[in-house]
Ligand binder design. Structure first.
Ligand SMILES: NC(=O)C1=CN([C@@H]2O[C@H](COP(=O)(O)OP(=O)(O)OC[C@H]3O[C@@H](n4cnc5c(N)ncnc54)[C@H](O)[C@@H]3O)[C@@H](O)[C@H]2O)C=CC1
Ligand SMILES: CC(=O)[C@H](N)C(=O)O
Length: 373
């Protein structure tokens, strides 16, 4: 990145010579209640960095959604229970509350978020808070606030306190003018949802903070994630989780996407494994800061056929939700993740048959059949 480095150096020299009162640091620091601005910062104020401690001290925002509890479990196994703090604005279930540190944190409350980072000497932040694609379209002002203003808060705090920051992006960061089969890392991104727009913004802002302020920003574009023990939060790919629950409970599933709608999908264990791997990858291995990751792609019809191998009596009908269908029709069908595979050795473990059998072994496919007999 010689051009970018030269630009950063030039901006740095300009700030130093302009007498603008910015001091020598170009780390963005906010005064509470005042607009973001450039002020001097003293590196000795920063939290202990990862290299100075045995383990990172981790904060997960929006941690009570589909992915956060599983991520906390994985990270606690690796870094110790008390080094990983889950946070959200919702009340945690008893088993989550008792499984490790939990704290209330609204990412729109900048001061509170900053206090949490400082008081707990956080070094790694996983920013999971978001409104997903379908719920985002139902409440655009809230999605804009949480997904964009919330990200700004997180970026400033991460840059100020020298954090390693992970922000997930999504297949939803692409749109109808992107190549869809396959979709490479670098191509046209003109999504048509507030969710997608906010995620492209997150990718660009994170990369900008990386080149401009040296923020250690890392980002993966997740496919639709499928999990057994956590519910999806209102996305377009949610059908691929619901089908398992309905197959077991009622033997009937009504799909809200057309049978031939092909989307990239991934089992949660692969998603969380990739997240930890990219965070642990040496900086010099990362030729980019935002990577596609991929495992499989399927249509509702193909998923239903695989599910019927376990629950042969499953009946599937289609009642298309126009909003979700329009979103799905603008998203990638297949994801090209060759850069992730080359740079930091990404490799998925679950294809469709393993995904389906693993879901049923978690959910207990025999229970419905046993009840019926
Ligand atoms: N689950 C999936 O299929 C995919 C998820 N992702 C991304 O991964 C991340 C996590 O996804 P999920 O767990 O599925 O999302 P989710 O919708 O299940 O959970 C999001 C969480 O954010 C919290 N939240 C909302 N407003 C908040 C606020 N003001 N302050 C703090 N927390 C707030 C919610 O209470 C919720 O627990 C998101 O950024 C999402 O965009 C990306 C692609 C696919
Ligand atoms: C793929 C995603 O980002 C999410 N599951 C959604 O459908 O909105």
């Amino acid at each position: 990145m010689p051009i970018v480095k030269n630009v950063s150096r030039a901006v740095s020299q300009l700030l130093q010579s302009s007498g603008c009162g910015c001091g020598i640091s170009i780390v963005p620091v906010r005064c509470i209640g005042v607009s973001p601005r450039q002020v001097a910062s003293d590196a000795s104020f920063h939290s202990v960095s990862f290299s100075e401690s045995d383990h990172p001290r981790v904060l997960i925002t929006g941690g009570l959604g589909q992915l956060g509890v599983g991520l906390a479990k994985l990270l606690r196994k690796r870094f110790g229970k008390n080094n990983v703090i889950l946070s959200d604005i919702r009340k945690p279930a008893d088993h989550v509350f008792h499984s490790g540190p939990f704290i209330y944190s609204d990412i729109l409350d900048y001061k509170n978020l900053r206090e949490i980072v400082v008081n707990n000497r956080i070094t790694w932040l996983f920013h999971y808070s978001a409104l997903l694609s379908a719920v985002g379209e139902a409440n655009v002002p809230l999605a804009r606030a949480v997904n964009i203003t919330g990200l700004h808060n997180v970026l400033d705090i991460a840059a100020e306190h020298n954090l390693r920051l992970f922000v997930p992006s999504t297949i939803g960061a692409f749109g109808p003018t992107s190549p869809r089969d396959p979709t490479p890392d670098l191509c046209i991104q003109r999504p048509r949802t507030i969710y997608g727009v906010s995620k492209v913004h997150a990718e660009l802002m994170g990369e900008y903070y990386h080149y401009r302020y040296g923020l250690d920003f890392r980002c993966l574009r997740y496919p639709g994630i499928i999990s057994a023990d956590s519910q999806p939060g209102g996305g377009t790919t949610d059908y691929a989780v619901q089908i398992f629950h309905d197959a077991i409970k009622t033997g009937k599933f009504q799909c809200n996407l057309k049978p031939d709608t092909r989307l990239p999908m991934m089992y949660i264990d692969d998603c969380l494994k990739a997240t930890l791997e990219v965070m642990e990858a040496p900086a010099e291995a990362l030729t980019m800061r935002t990577y596609n990751i991929s495992a499989m792609s399927f249509t509702p019809e193909e998923l239903a056929q695989e599910v019927q191998k376990h629950v042969p009596e499953l009946q599937v009908t289609y009642n298309v939700d126009e909003v979700r269908q329009a979103i799905a029709d603008s998203w990638p069908m297949n994801f090209d993740d060759s850069n992730a595979r080359r740079d930091w050795g990404w490799k998925h473990d679950y294809d469709l048959p393993e995904l389906v059998s693993t879901m049923f072994s978690f959910l207990g496919s025999d229970s419905r059949i046993a009840q019926a007999n």
